[in-house]
Design a protein around this ligand. Structure first.
Ligand code: CO
Length: 212
């Protein structure tokens, strides 16, 4: 059996470094977590959530999946969202996609990627919704980049449709949903300016009455 001793050794060195800097480091962390942010990002190994926004353990609640998709029936994602909003009372929900996303690229193609194709099918719908704009791109790279952005925008909309966010807004809780995109080419995040922080941002057909 191949050993992962190098990872365990690295972990021990990290834990020691944390304690050298602050002997109470883990005592503080173990007692509570009060993150202000929920991060919904891609599973891509090149987009490590905490690292790229400079946040320490305890500061970012994280959910990641292939191509940062928010499906209406994904209990995993919605459990994370509800816990983050209702219990942890995060102030911000950030959907962060990234340029060069393999999941978005797969959705543009016809290759068989197994189960992931079912997961990614929603991105084909996003493509169809914005087909006229996307057909305007002659460069395949630019087209993919724009679809990566549109996918983020779609997930911001999908989050706003959830009962979790609508009920939070209706009871006056301050929580903003942001759409960001990270460049794996230069490490910089761009705010796509598609933020929502009110039930007025939800299309009427998706709006819920306030909870009794
Ligand atoms: Co990706």
């Amino acid at each position: 059996m191949k050993s992962l001793i190098h990872l365990l050794e690295s972990n021990q060195a990290w834990a020691k470094q944390c304690l050298d800097q602050d002997p109470q480091y883990f005592d503080h962390l173990a007692h509570q977590q009060t993150p202000e942010y929920l991060w919904i990002g891609c599973s891509d190994s090149r987009v490590p959530a905490n690292q790229i926004v400079g946040l320490a353990p305890g500061e970012l609640f994280v959910h990641r999946n292939i191509a940062n998709v928010v499906h209406a029936t994904d209990y995993n994602c919605h459990s994370v969202l509800q816990y983050a909003v209702d219990i942890l009372k995060v102030k911000h929900v950030i959907v962060c996609g990234h340029y060069g996303c393999g999941g978005v690229e797969a959705a543009l193609g016809r290759r068989d990627n197994g189960l992931a194709d079912t997961w990614l099918r929603q991105i084909k719908e996003t493509y169809l919704t914005h087909e006229n704009e996307l057909n305007g791109y002659t460069s395949k790279t630019d087209k993919l980049a724009r679809l990566c952005e549109l996918n983020v925008q779609t997930q911001v909309d999908n989050l706003c449709k959830t009962k979790t966010l609508q009920y939070a807004w209706q009871r006056g809780q301050s929580v903003t949903v942001h759409g960001w995109i990270y460049s794996i080419f230069d490490g910089v995040i761009k705010d796509l300016q598609v933020s929502s922080d009110s039930i007025n941002d939800v299309l009427p057909i998706f709006r819920m009455d306030a909870k009794e």
